[in-house]
Design a protein around this ligand. Sequence first.
Ligand SMILES: [Fe+2]
Ligand SMILES: [Fe+2]
Length: 288
Amino acid sequence: MRILHFGDVHLPLPPGAMRLSEMLHPKRLPALLNFWARRGTKYREGVGKLNALGAFLRAHPADWILYGGDSVNFGLRGELIAAAPRISSVLEMARKGAVTVPGNHDLYTGRSVKDFQRWFSFGNRNERPEVAVAQGGFPRVRFLSEEVVCVTLSSSLPHLAFWNSSGRVPTRELEALKRVLDDPEIGGRPYVLILTHYPLDEAGFFHGLRNANEVAQVLHGRKNLHLLNGHNHAPYSRFLPGTDIPVHCAGSLSKKGCESFLVYEPFGGSLNPRRARYSKAAWTLEEA
Ligand SMILES: [Fe+2]
Ligand SMILES: [Fe+2]
């Protein structure tokens, strides 16, 4: 089985997306200055890199695609409407299906949350709808095969200050996660993937997961877990501190100079991650 994991595309602002009524939100004006000053130029080729991912998938099909969110920059309605078909057309290339979570830039303001739910309804199938407790129907469970199950959590939420890009797994959702992992049908599978936007092992106050320590308590001592995240724009693989639980970050598909996504081929208890790199308008997978 081949699983492709990507996210943090941060597609460029489409023409006409900046409507005055939305841009007057107190968070967006300083964020826009920051975007023009330094952020926007690093991601401006996102559409081309996404199209190149489509070409890669045609040549090297994936059974499943896991998508970690942050499709846009400001959660504007025009951005979300333009981004949705671009992202979904790539996810539809998976042979069996796709699983998605929202990023903090998708749920930028309270209004973005509603727009996101309307336009980004793909990849959110839940095979255990009875466990859903949080906004957007999380946690969600998707059985990828007899051996592999993917549980998703919503860790992104809107903030008023643009410099606050922290996340949080709501307490109710965390309690539901415990119940999900205690279920032998789910937690007993040889591979239990937990897909989130935020890294579950980073408690940084302004950019991390505010309740990372609480989350770690739920995860400690459990077997077969693999934590998959984005939000950090450079990829890495490491272990949840004090455990042998692997953590894999897909990085950003589009950030100039460190473009990446990961491909997993579960075998022998490992996901065996391989990083893809972008050069000359094409993606290539590193050798195992
Ligand atoms: Fe991001
Ligand atoms: Fe993010």
